[in-house]
Design a protein. Sequence first.
Lengths: 827, 171
Amino acid sequence: MTTTAEPTTPGEIGRARVRKEDARLITGRTRYTDSITPAGTLHIAVVRSTFAHARINAIDTAPAKSAPGVVGVYTAADLGVESVGLPNAWPITPDQKTPQRPLLASSAVHFAGEGVAVVVARSAAAAKDAAELVDVDYEPLDPVLDMEAALADGATLVHPDLGTNESATWVFDSGEAGSGGNVADAISAAEADPDSVVVRRRFIQQRLIPAFMEPRSVVVDPTGEQITFYSSTQVPHILRTMTSVTLGVPESKLRVIAPDVGGGFGGKIGVLPEEMLCVALAQKLGRPVKWTETRSESLLTAHHGRDQIQDITITAKMDGTVTGLDVKLLADMGAYLGLVGGGVPILGAFMFNAIYKIPAYKFTCTNVFTTKTLTDAYRGAGRPEATFAIERIMDELAVELGRDPMELRQQNWIKHEEFPFTTVCGLTYDSGNYEQATRQAMELFDYAGLRREQEERRRSGDPVQLGIGISTFTEMCGLAPSRVLGSLSYGAGGWEAASIRMLATGKVEVITGASAHGQGHETAFSQIVADQLGVPFEDVEILHGDTQISPKGLDTYGSRSLAVGGIAIVDAAQKVIAKARRLAAHMLEADEKDLEFANGTFTVRGTDKGKAIQEIAFAAFMAHDLPEGMEPSLDADAVYDPENFSFPHGTHLAAIEVDTETGRVDVRKYVCVDDVGTVINPLIVEGQVHGGLAQGIAQALFEEANYDEQGTLVNATFVDYTLPSSADLPSFDTHVVSTPATSNPLGVKGVGEAGTIASTPAIVNGVIDAIRHLGVSDVEMPCTSQRVWRAIQDARGRSTQETPVDTHSPGAGLGSIDPNNPQGEVQ
Amino acid sequence: MAQVRVTVDGVEYVDDIEPRMLLVYYLRERLGKTGTVIGCDTSNCGACTVHLNGQSVKSCSVLAVQADGAEITTIEGLARDGELHPVQKAFNECHALQCGYCTPGMIMQAVDLLGDNPDPDERAVREGLEGNLCRCTGYQNIVRAVQSAAQAMKPGASAPVDTPTPVAGGQ
C-alpha cells in the first residue's frame, strides 16, 4: 500500500499513492477556519430560541449591551435585515411555497435554536456570556411535529401566511412521461390477477444529523478592497454568488475562502444565517467578525438530513417479475427550505427503480413544513432514502413469493448485455455489470454457507439468530448535466472548471473549482495531471477553495469532484498539450503531425529528437522564439459540463447476528463489491467506501435526531447523538470491480456516497432476516437493541413498557439504554 | 487572573490567565498551537487530545491552571528533529485520515494506547480509541495504522520510539 517517491509518469492512474495532503494534517500544520483570527477580530454569539414555535413579543438587549467586552447587541431590526431572506436555489415546482428564511427571527420563531439576536464582543467567551443576558419575551405556540398531522385540516400552521404546511408536491409518472406504463393500471391489474401479488409497506427514514467533526466557523474581514470571507463550507463559489444575491454585496468585492474544512457530508452545503450576519456586521463595524459554533449549536441548527415517510407499493407476477412500483413520500423540510432542501427527495425520484427493469413507476413527494430544524443534503441526498425503500421492499416481495431475495433481484435487474439501458425514469445507464459484482460478493461472503448456518440456527433455536442482508444498489453520480438541472428548475448549472498553469520552472499548478474537505483531491487530481502531462506527481500542485485563486467553480457535493471536476482537468490538460505541441514542432523544426507525445516528451516520430514539456513551458515563458502568432503561454482553462450522470453500483452483503434475548445486533461480516468505474487511487476509494459504510450503518443501527413533544431536540450533544465509535463498528471486506463509465474520458463514476447509500438496507434487511421467522416483519431505524427486543416481544404477543419520547435516545452504547430500565432487566 | 507555568512541545511558557480558561483554549488562543482542535463541548469526540505529563487527556476537560508545572505534548510536538513519529507515519501510509480534523487527537490517543499496550489486537485498538470520534474513515484504516505503528515501534524495529512516561495521577 505504500508508495515510492520515484517521479514516474505512466501508470499514475490506479496507483495507491499515499495522500500528499496528509503531511500537514498529521503534524497539526492545519488551517481550519477557527484557527484564523485576524488582528482586531470581534466575536459573535447568537441568541437562540428555546421554543420550537412562539411569537416574539419583545427582545430586551439592554443588560447584554452593558456586559463586559460587549461591542453591540443586535436584532434583525437593529441591523435592518428584517426583509432579507436566505436563498432557496431549487424551487421544485412553480407553485412551491417558500417562506422567508430570516437571518434573525423578528416576529416569531419556527424551530428551537433559531436565532433571534446577535451579540458582538471582544472575545467569544464574552459574547457567549452576554448572550445569556438577552431577555426574549416569547408567547408559546403549538409546535408542528408530525408530518401527517401537519397536512390535516385545521393543523397549526408553521407559516400562517402560506395558508398551508405543504411546501410542494412533485410528481413523476412514467405513464405521463412516456417512459413506462401507468402504475395505477399496473396495481389494479395485479389486484385483479390471482397470478400476481401486491406488496405495500411503510418505511420510516428517520431524521439524521450530518455531524461533521469540524464545527462550522466563519471569519469575515472587511479590511482591504475586497471583503475576505473564510468559511468552513463545501461550496465557496456558490456561497460567494449567494452572498451577493442575499446581501447585495457586489460579487467582485467578495473573496470567499474555504481553508482546511473538516468534513461536510452535505452538511456544509448552504448559506447560513450566521455567515450573512458576519458579513453584515463586518461591514457595519469595519472590523473582522468571527463565529464558531459549539457542538450543541451545530447539532441543533446545522441542517439535518433524511426524515421521510415512505409508502411503497410494488406489484409482481407470481413468477417474480416486477410489474409496477408506486412511491408516495412525505418529506420533512423542517421550518424553512434550505439551499437545495426541497430538491433532496426529488434526487431520489430517479433511483427508486434502482437496478431493476420496472415497467410502470410513479413517484409522488410532498414536502412538509414542521417546527424542526430544516433538512437539506446529507451524504447521498435522496438516493439513500430511495435505495433503502426499494431494497427493503425487494426483500418483502421475496418473502411474499417465497423466493431467495438475491435470486429475485437477479431475475429483475438489468442484464450486463442490456447496457446502455434507459430506465423507467428516462435515465440512460451507460454501463454496469451487476452479475459480476454480485457473483464476486457472494463468493467472498460465502452466501451459501451462511444460509446453511442460518437454517441450522433456526432449527436448533439458537438464542443468537443469523440474518443475511442484501443490497444491490446503484446511484446517480456526477451532479450534473446542466440541461437536466434546468429541466428540474435547479438554480444553477452542473459544470465544473479547471485551469492548468505551466510554470517557468517546470512545476504545474492545477486550479479546480471542486474544493475538498477530506476527499483527497490534491492527491487524486495530481495523479490525473501527472498521467496526462507526463510530469512527476510531486511537481503538481492542486489549488482550490479560494475564489481569488480558483475564480470559477461549482464546488463539491453529489460525488461530482472526479466525475465532473476531474474531467475538466483532463480537458485543460489536453489544451495544454495542444499548445505545447505547436511550440514543440517549432522548436524541433518538425511538422506537428510528425510529433508523438508520451511520458511528458514530444518526439519526432522515427527519430530520437524530442522536447520535454518542461522545456517547452520554459520556452513559452521566455517567449524569445515562438511560432508566428502564438501567445507566450501554455496555460489553459476548461469548463466541463457532463452529458450524463454516472452510475456506480455494487452488491453489499451483511451477516447480522441478533441476540433474541436482548435484541443486541452484531454486524458479524460485511462484504461489498463496488463498481465505481476506473479507480484513480485505490487507497482513497477504499477509504471513501469505509467511511460511507460507517455512515450508512450508523443510520441503520445508531443515529436519530429525536424531538420531544414540545419540539425540542433532545439529543443535541455527542453524549446523546450517538455517532458510532471505533468500538461500535466491525472491519469491512471491501472490493472493487471496474466497468469503466462510457460517458467520460477517464471512465470514472464517483465513490463518495456509495457506501452510505448501499449499506443501510443491507443491515436492516439482515436484522429482519434474522428474526423474521419469529414473526417480525419490520424494525424501524435505528435498529437499537431496545427496538429489536421490542419487535421480538411484540411478535411473541408480549407487552412491553412504552418509553416516553422525551427521554428516548437511540443508538448503541449509552443510547441503547432504556431510561425506564437502565439495567436492561427483562420485564 | 492566575499564573501558569507550563512546558508545551519543549518550550516553557509563563502566562497570566483567567482561572476558567480551558487548556485547549490556552493552547490555541494564547500559544497559537492551533494544531490541536475542538470538536465538541462534552468531552466525547477527543479531537483535542494532548499528552499531559505523558498521559493522554482531552484538553477541553482540563483547566489550564490544572496544567501548572506540567509538560504538555501536542500533535505539533510529536515529530522529533524533523522525523515523524511512527504513529504519524502509519496514519499516512495506511490512509487513516480524510478530513484530518480528528487526526491530532486520534494520533495522540493512539500513541498513549501503544504506551500502555505495545502490541494491541484489533479489539484492543478499537476499545482504546473509543473516546475519539471520526466521521470520515469508518475507523478501519485507523485501526490498521495503529497496529502497523505497533510493529514499527517494536524493539529492534528501526523507527524511533516515543514511549509516554506513566505518571501517578494520570487518567
